[in-house]
Design a protein around this ligand. Structure first.
Ligand SMILES: Nc1ncnc2c1ncn2[C@@H]1O[C@H](COP(=O)(O)OP(=O)(O)O)[C@@H](O)[C@H]1O
Ligand SMILES: N[C@@H](CC(=O)OP(=O)(O)O)C(=O)O
Length: 439
């Protein structure tokens, strides 16, 4: 039995957390490949080491004195090393980092040092071999992961290691330039390692007892999802359920390796199993609810739009030309609405509107900002009548005005557009009706 275990920043924030992690790893011989993140927040309002590194490098790039900021980062590691009574010095590594920052080695290099250093600490603590992710995770010149090359490198390197620590979040281009995944990317590293060694299980350890039906910052103590499919998870993580990076499922999914989300602070809890498919019926009609704020809608009206072939393509071409991706395009007979991310759209707003006028001569274009999208996801929805009815009556009772509804043809999810200010109330209302009130 071989397991890859990834520990998030919250699981490695200080020496006490490291000790819990040590106990978890030592309690099972199969936990042979460890992927750590950088130390996260020790308490509410604390700063993650990754964010400290970004800020420190920002100062270096601006030509300011960054020594104080770097010292504060060193102290975070010192606190862990001393708390664990390790005989380990990171002086040489910090000297190198200071020199590289002065030479403006790059923002991604800077951010990667949190995982690099934490990997060194973890390897010393466990007595495992340290494998630098820069050797085995490959990116191309555009910062895109080279999946096959990475798999070959990892396979070859790890075949020689009985037990290893591979830091998360970063890799390098062929020439050695360090690159990172987007935020939360250590989850992706864990998945790549699991695929390369053909793990029996990829355990992803965090600070919640699994994937929860909804965001615990919105609903207090939400129910845990016992089993979720990759497809359901993809919908939820894309729509903001941040517990697992949205790209982390691809490497393991192809190999049928399950992911188990576990809680470092409650290792006795079973957590959530993420699987390719399952005949297990979900406990509730819906599996999960997630959402994001900060969308804009652009509503385009033109009489007889329905008979104008190519209308939709011409409209979307305008967005493409401005480099703006769209989220949803609900349409009626004479209307077409495009949902986009507000931060991407705002600065190009006037060019887009002018472009639409030129492309399709609409009767009318109307925009609305500060909208939120909520995804209600569940493999059980297909076979249950009245799901949509229950959602909308719950929203009506909670006085939430529904702006948009989009049900995918897979019947795996229903997307609902509401105003930003109704976002939390809408999620609570949907959670209550399916989980608390009726099951
Ligand atoms: N549906 C959800 N289920 C579980 N956690 C969620 C969900 N949506 C958002 N979260 C948040 O995700 C956090 C865990 O992800 P993350 O901060 O990346 O952890 P880590 O530092 O362990 O990688 C939880 O603490 C929780 O606040
Ligand atoms: N440390 C990186 C990568 C990461 O995956 O972290 P975490 O596992 O704490 O989400 C970040 O903060 O984005």
């Amino acid at each position: 039995m071989k397991k890859v275990v990834k520990f998030g920043g919250s699981s490695l924030a200080n020496a006490e957390q490291f000790q819990k992690v040590g106990e978890i790893i030592r309690s099972e011989e199969s936990r042979r490949y460890v992927v750590p993140s950088a130390p996260g927040k020790r308490f509410d309002g604390d700063t993650k080491v990754t964010d400290m590194l970004y800020a420190c490098y920002g100062a270096a790039e601006a030509g300011e004195d960054f020594s104080g900021k770097l010292q504060a980062i060193k102290m975070r590691f010192q606190e862990i090393i001393q708390g664990l009574s390790l005989d380990l010095s990171l002086d040489r590594e910090f000297e190198q980092i200071a020199a590289d920052f002065s030479a403006h080695a790059g923002k991604e290099y800077a951010a990667s040092r949190g995982e690099f250093l934490n990997g060194k600490v973890m390897a010393a603590y466990l007595g495992y071999e340290f494998v630098d992710a820069a050797e085995v995770i490959r990116f191309d010149k555009n910062g895109v992961l080279e999946a096959e090359k990475t798999n070959r490198l990892l396979e070859k390197r790890l075949a020689k290691c009985e037990k290893a620590v591979i830091p998360g979040f970063y890799g390098a281009e062929d020439g050695g330039k360090v690159r990172t995944f987007s935020r939360g990317g250590s989850d992706v590293t864990g998945s790549l390692v699991a695929k390369a060694i053909m793990a029996d299980l990829y355990e992803n350890w965090t600070d919640v007892s699994g994937f929860l039906v909804t965001d615990p910052r919105i609903v207090e103590n939400p129910a845990v999802i016992e089993t979720i499919t990759y497809r359901e998870l993809r919908e939820l993580s894309y729509m903001g359920a941040t517990v697992l990076h949205e790209e982390a499922i691809f490497p393991v999914r192809k190999e049928g390796i399950p992911i188990n989300i576990r809680n470092t602070n409650h290792p006795e809890d079973k957590g959530t199993f993420i699987v390719e498919s399952t005949c297990r019926k979900p406990k509730y009609t819906i599996t999960g609810i997630a959402g994001k704020k900060g969308f804009c809608s652009i509503n385009i009206e033109k009489s007889m739009m329905n008979s104008e072939i190519g209308f939709g393509r011409k409209v979307l071409q305008v967005f493409e030309d401005q480099g703006i991706s769209f989220e949803h395009i609900p349409s009626g007979i004479d209307t077409l609405t495009v949902y986009v991310h507000q931060d991407e759209f705002e600065e190009k707003e006037q060019q887009v509107i002018a472009g639409i006028h030129r492309a399709v001569s609409p009767d009318f274009v109307e925009m609305e900002s500060d909208l939120a999208l909520i995804a209600v996801v569940g493999r059980g929805m297909k076979s249950t009548r009245g799901t949509a009815g229950r959602i909308f009556s719950a929203l009506a009772h909670a006085n939430v005005n529904v702006k948009m509804i989009d049900q995918g043809s897979s019947e795996l999810n229903i997307i609902i557009g509401v105003e930003n200010r109704d976002f939390e109330a809408a999620i609570k209302a949907i959670y209550d009706i399916f989980v608390l009130t009726q099951m």
